[in-house]
Design a protein around this ligand. Structure first.
Ligand code: G4P
Length: 512
């Protein structure tokens, strides 16, 4: 049932503890039995492909994936959690943005010593744009950290949100004595990590007075938790804890099952599509090629929006116009991939394909639904690709097509000349491009500056666009879909052309 699904992402600055927390959530959810497996698997995967080295070197995670696990909640209901991993780097805002279109809520992890860092704030803003409610997890309280009050105020100030502490650290660093659950006054202590009930906060004698006073102040000084305010994006509940030492993780997972919203309606051209609608529909938010270098697979990740999907079902992708039968939909569990026989709204299924499915495609039984809000962003860095071996043009084209479908880069085919221009939002994407070209496609290539600073999608009447193109051939290109693009020498140029051509739109984003 859709009401028992929780589809969420974890957002954080690199090193805040996302991997560790993911692992503990999976453990607590019973999905894996040994700590270290998420990492171990990660490392095995990294060892296989060259471009993953960048990830290791820079200590960031570049790919995003899906992990599904189940847990029985307090009422005996089985809740299915779909955890979407987001790349923890600002350069990948485009990919992250798309991942956030597929979730209903997010957990923001911050490091108790560092507070909110700029990248995390950017991710938060994206969440806000998508009205994705946020639960905050202040990690690493077992280390020396900043004052809890100071951290709460920083979250409140920087995010312009109400904050509501749900757990409280009993000391930090060398004085760390456990985590107090403010709802029931129980304390989880370091010895054995078990939860000991120590009575109500105010009559608590066994935690140092200093901390019980603090906790009391914390409870009084902030608004009470209000689930509607949280779901509306006006309040964030804050959990202090330690992913490494497994404190506060149970409370966090309970918060997701109790408070995080179930699958919500998704915006479409004809209005919101409700999860309860019978017709099966979904959209592709990510495509990943070469997940397994042994088998050249290419998987499109679909978020199911409505209906009950059944294996073998025929769905029509908006980009293709004719139906495809989905015979081997994949569900991603912590340790395995499995063929899914059914899936419910909120679930993510992987659809193996050979290039028919693209990011932004809507899929539906009757081909009558077009989801909105999955934009392409205007690239801020444009480069020409230079082949070391000119006989590899065909391989290069295939690679650029694949990688642009994945959203790693954007490709533009200029109307004049034969050198393709690639566009990215951040520098790191260029490194990934070059190393993946070499590792996965055996294409050695370099990059050279392109005489353009940015790109704009031109919108308007066909005749007007053609007229404009006639005057600006040297700056005209087509994107992968054949849409006309103006490659501008500067942002000033964009403004100038816009003024000169008021009937045309120069879009910095393109809805897919
Ligand atoms: P990330 O995915 O957000 O990049 O962070 P990751 O989980 O890899 O954690 C970054 C570092 O912080 C790791 O240490 C991890 O062990 C540590 N860490 C995570 N949570 C906690 C916590 O609650 N308390 C403490 N004290 N440390 C925590 P590392 O030394 O960089 O890696 P490793 O050698 O331990 O694997």
């Amino acid at each position: 049932m859709a009401s028992q699904r929780r589809t969420f992402a974890i957002i954080s600055h690199p090193d805040a503890g996302k991997t560790t927390l993911t692992e503990k959530l999976l453990l607590t959810g019973g999905a894996i039995h040994l700590a270290g497996e998420v990492k171990a698997r990660g490392q095995a995967r990294r060892a296989r492909s060259d471009w993953m080295k960048i990830e290791q070197q820079r200590g960031i995670s570049v790919t995003s994936s899906v992990m599904t696990f189940e847990r029985v909640d307090e009422n005996g209901d089985t809740i299915t959690f779909n955890l979407l991993d987001t790349p923890g780097h600002e350069d990948f805002s485009e990919d992250t943005y798309r991942t956030l279109t597929a979730v209903d809520s997010a957990i923001m992890v911050i490091d108790a010593a560092k507070g909110i860092e700029p990248q995390t704030r950017k991710l938060f803003e994206v969440c806000r744009l998508r009205s994705v409610p946020i639960i905050t997890f202040v990690n690493k309280v077992d280390r020396e950290g900043r004052e809890p009050f100071e951290l709460l105020d920083e979250v409140a100030d920087m995010l312009a949100l109400d904050v509501c502490p749900m757990t409280w650290p009993v000391g930090m660093g060398g004085r760390f004595e456990g985590i107090l659950d403010l709802a029931d006054g129980s304390v989880a202590r370091p010895e054995g990590g078990s939860k000991e009930f120590l009575g109500k906060v105010d009559e608590n004698a066994t935690i140092p007075e200093e901390f019980s006073e603090q906790a009391e102040l914390a409870q009084m000084g902030y608004p009470e938790f209000d689930v509607e305010a949280y779901r509306g994006g006006d309040l964030t509940p804050v959990y202090f804890g330690s992913a490494l030492k497994n404190f506060g993780v149970v409370q966090l997972i309970e918060a997701i099952s109790q408070y995080a919203p179930p699958p919500r309606p998704q915006p479409s051209e004809a209005g919101p599509v409700e999860p309860t609608q019978d017709e099966v529909s979904g959209f592709i938010f990510k495509v990943q090629a070469n997940m397994d270098p042994q088998h050249r697979d290419r998987i499109a990740f679909m978020r199911l929006v409505s209906g009950t999907f059944k294996r073998g079902m025929k769905l029509t992708p908006s980009g293709l116009g004719k139906p495809i039968a989905v015979h081997s939909p994949i569900m991603f569990f912590a340790q395995d991939r499995e063929i899914a026989d059914t899936a419910e709204p909120g679930d993510i299924i992987g659809i193996p394909n050979h290039g028919t499915l693209r990011v932004g495609d809507s899929l539906s039984e009757k081909n009558d639904i077009r989801f909105t809000g999955l934009p392409n962003f205007a690239p801020e860095i444009l480069r020409r690709v230079q082949l070391v071996d000119p006989t590899k043009t065909k391989q290069l084209r295939k690679a650029l097509d694949d990688l642009s479908e994945e959203g790693v880069i954007q490709v533009f085919y200029p109307e004049i000349g034969s050198q393709w221009v690639i566009g990215v939002v951040g520098q790191l994407q260029l490194d990934v491009l070059i190393s993946r070209l070499s590792a996965e496609y055996k294409v050695e290539a370099g990059l050279e500056p392109a005489p353009f600073a940015t790109a704009r999608w031109i919108k308007g009447d066909d005749r007007k666009i053609e007229e404009f193109a006639g005057f600006n051939r040297a700056n005209m290109a087509r994107d992968r879909d054949g849409a006309p693009v103006f490659l501008a020498k500067s942002s000033w140029d964009v403004g100038y052309q816009q003024e000169k051509n008021p009937d045309l739109g120069f879009g910095a984003t393109k809805e897919r």
